[in-house]
Design a protein around this ligand. Structure first.
Ligand code: SF4
Ligand code: SF4
Length: 192
């Protein structure tokens, strides 16, 4: 598009999501399979299929609700939704983008505070130990998820719903996670 200043820019949130992630919310036909499979949908204010619907409306009030929602912070990037979606709507990267947009616009839900501060402390601890490459982003994600679930006390809901299939992988890293938690706690104490 370089040199062409006449193309129409879609300024809706869905338009920005599409531009940044390549994923189109318009493809969603509201079958609800993503929400049915999502391990945290019950605890979200708007389950993933509803987030898709709210993006589709292009209504600024809906967009505001999305950016201020807990849902975008509860998302564990587990990819259960995309695995089930008949339209291959790749929700996790959309959630990622919505989180960054929410921060950018200063609209992040209070529920995000724990996860953001934890994430920061976690990165600091990596910086100190220089173990970024060893640990990798997968563990980072898993630690974030564990912490989030603990904070939100949503593990019991997930157990009741038998939606913990992805936990064995997380438990394998329990030792590491424990150490990292300890570091994070120490850090918090230091900054008090
Ligand atoms: S599974 Fe896909 S098509 Fe169905 S509601 Fe979810 S995003 Fe939309
Ligand atoms: S990636 Fe997010 S929205 Fe999709 S199933 Fe997992 S937690 Fe739910």
């Amino acid at each position: 598009m370089s040199g062409n200043h006449n193309h129409i820019v879609d300024n809706s949130l869905a338009g920005k999501v599409k531009e940044q992630t390549g994923v189109s919310a318009a493809r969603c036909y509201q079958c609800g399979k993503c929400s049915a499979g999502c391990p945290v949908s019950e605890d979200m204010d708007y389950p993933p299929s509803l987030i898709m619907r709210m993006l589709q409306t292009g209504d600024s009030a809906d967009e505001e609700l999305i950016l201020r929602s807990k849902s975008i912070w509860f998302c564990l990037t587990c990819e259960m939704c995309i695995a089930r979606c008949p339209m291959e709507v790749d929700i996790p990267p959309m959630m990622d983008y919505l989180r960054s947009e929410s921060i950018k616009q200063n609209k992040s839900n209070p529920a995000s505070k724990n996860i953001i501060s934890f994430h920061k402390a976690f990165l600091d601890s990596i910086r100190e130990t220089g173990r970024l490459y060893e640990l990798g982003l997968t563990l980072d994600f898993k630690v974030r998820s564990m912490k989030l679930m603990q904070d939100m006390s949503i593990v019991p809901t997930m157990l009741a719903k038998n939606k913990l299939n992805f936990l064995p992988e997380m438990i394998k890293n329990r030792r590491n996670i424990k150490q990292i938690f300890q570091k994070t706690i120490d850090k918090k104490e230091e900054t008090k």
